[in-house]
Design a protein around this ligand. Sequence first.
Ligand SMILES: [Zn+2]
Length: 865
Amino acid sequence: MKKHKLTLPYYACIALASLCFLNTSILEAQNKKKKKKNADTEVVAEAPKKSKDKTIEELVKSSKEIDGLFKIYQDTIKGSLQMLISEDQIGKEFIYFSQISNGVMDAGRAMRGIYQGSKVFKVEKYFNKIEFITQNTSFYFDPENPLSKSKDANISDGNMASIEIAAYDKDKKLYLIDADNLFLAETFSQIKNPSRPGASPTEFKIGNLDKSKTKILGINNYPENTNMEVEYVYSQPSVLNGGSNAVADGRNVSIKVYHSLIAMPENDFEPRFDDPRVGYFTTEVDDKTSASSTPYRDLIHRWNLIKKNPELELSEPIEPITWWIENSTPLEWRETIKEGVLQWNKAFEKAGFKNAMVVKVQPDDATWDAGDIRYNVLRWTSSPEPPFGGYGPSFVNPRTGQILGADIMLEFAHFSNRVFYDKVYELTSSTKSFENLTSNSNDHTYCFLGDELHDEMMFASSVAEAAGASDFELERIKKESMTALIMHEVGHTLGLNHNMKASQLFSPEQLNDPDFIKGKCLTASVMDYAALNVTKDRSKQGQYDDVAVGPYDIWAIQLGYKPFKTEAERQALLNESTKPEHIFGNDADDMRSPGKAIDPRVNTGDQSNDQIKWAIDRIELSNNLMKDLKINFSTTGESYQELRRVYYLLSSQKGSAANTISRFIGGVYVERSMVGQEGEKQPYTPVSLDDQKRAMNALSTYVFAPDAFDAPNDLYNYLAMQRRGFNFRTPEDPKIHEQVLGYQKAVLSHLLHYNTLQRISDSELYGNKYTLSTMMSDLNNAIFKSDISGNVNSFRQNLQLEYTNMLIGILTNKQGSKYSNLAQSMALYNLNAIKGMTSSGGDISSRAHKQHLKTLIDNALKEIK
Ligand SMILES: [Zn+2]
């Protein structure tokens, strides 16, 4: 039979399985003729019925065998896949992990190196089928507790696939299944992003999965993991919008994905549980048999680092965390990258490990790909539309929190002078991308430090250039910020999440002392998105960015990795959280978005323990630079693109600094120390009256005042983009009023946010002395008082109208009924006050503006009655 099979076509092979070869094959042929129309379905319907009598050997005869965790057979003619499951794999748990091997920004999150998370699945047998079932890992039941008998109640597992067994080997206890549907469809994970609600109909969308074009690109099988690279093709007959230049043909878009099926690690890894005082990534687990008000068994993500010599205070690990610098990395950056990674060894030494981190370079002739999960790779790309300058994802065993692999993606754009975003004066790029990218995903490892740093680096370089700095100094800015970026992204891969409060460590005076900061981390942690240290007084300029890990980092690594002898020892270390250098607050607490959080110390793009003073300095520094911009940034023989870039850069720095200041108004400091802990502070303390007043005065002067955005008028004549073919934005003139109003609106959207106003009223009950009525009266005065009786310049007209409309919005509930009664009363009071202030004085333009204001208010008052 075997001999015959080699030469027979597929349908005849099936027929051969029956003993009457001739008769059956004739019948088969006749049937085919009779039912020509249904030919396809007929063959498919018959195949399983007949193939069940074939042996595994027969079914894989024309296939290449690829041995590994799950043995794979690939047909040498058609490329189709079969997979072998052994009896001892049935009922067992495995880990599934996937990452994007290559894609385009246009397809949502489908970009090279994006991790799609890991999950646990079980292989089960159900009669004649093999099932792949996702396990729910979110709950814990104490096995000693009788409740554990009902641990499956109201919890859904996920049956991803149920595939008929094609052949069974009784002796070897092996099952063969067709694996095309496992890997060529979106069986294990969703690849195509669902379209966003409210997405514009003209927005680019990829088509539907085209199975005929989808194919296996590579199979790498190892004893511990089975890996498959698949190219998914999404097709549609026609497109309205063909996507960006990165898409060659909008009708056919490819997303390449690595799938990995991984053996559940069998080791004595000890899970550690999360503590709110330190910031590790976690897998959240609820203890359903605990009566505690905090029934959490959240597993922190950490590597399985074990001392080679446990008796030694300082020992090398049995297996270090090894990093590979991808061979695509520019040669001149390799040493800096290596040094950045190895800085973490200082933290591990405090945790008892010597040489915990090791760095190697991927050889140019390496036989492995950087996407191989067995290697942790520092990767380097130059993407058409880089979403971030750096990204440091890791993936874990969801049962224990053990980190199994990690990569770091770096973007060349980080070191270019390109501006990543178009409308620079809207939200900062990071806020924008953060919101877009995280809305569809639970991936908390997105990191936008690269973007922030890129802006900061351009700012620092512009200040240095304007002051005539040497090339050496400009290189130093790049090197320091690269070191900081690497340390930060590596920190993520060690399990640490952001610490946006870390920049509170030093005072402005300390940061202005080059000797004091030399060789240090400029904040408590490299996990912050701190602004670069750029001094207003150039003679005090020292280090620009972190060159070492910070004190918080060293403490946190000890908590995650130190082999504690007792729980008391761990608790004692945790109790050091009240030390100023262990200050911590992450993205959930940070105030980068208007109205989102409450502690102004937890913020991005800021610096020092006096952010108001720091922000004023930065605004003044930008204003000073603006004066000689044209002289310093115009180059003979070149276009004005560079001048335009620096103008928008300085303006956005001012906008960002203004936002930092605004967060103090209505702010409440948060402490997370435990009851009775040494150095304990009450959880909520409103910002002092002095600081809130100081913030309001600063906003009045630097954001709202009639001259706040003065720039040399003849500068505007030169803010020109360089023309490029037909692909040129029109109309091209600088939109100066829109830009300035953008910064002012950003500040107002925080001050007048329903959360901010509600908190001001509430915190009056527990220590806030800057009352809602005072704050809103001060704001009204800041926006109207200085010019309402005379001429109102065009920036102020814009601001006053926008603000008035916002007050009307509060009253007329255009934002729903989220505003408190107290806030609405003050909005009404202010509208009446504006009406009262509005005289008929001033030039025609000012009178027109005031009439407009009056009409708006009158109409609104009529509406609310
Ligand atoms: Zn980050």
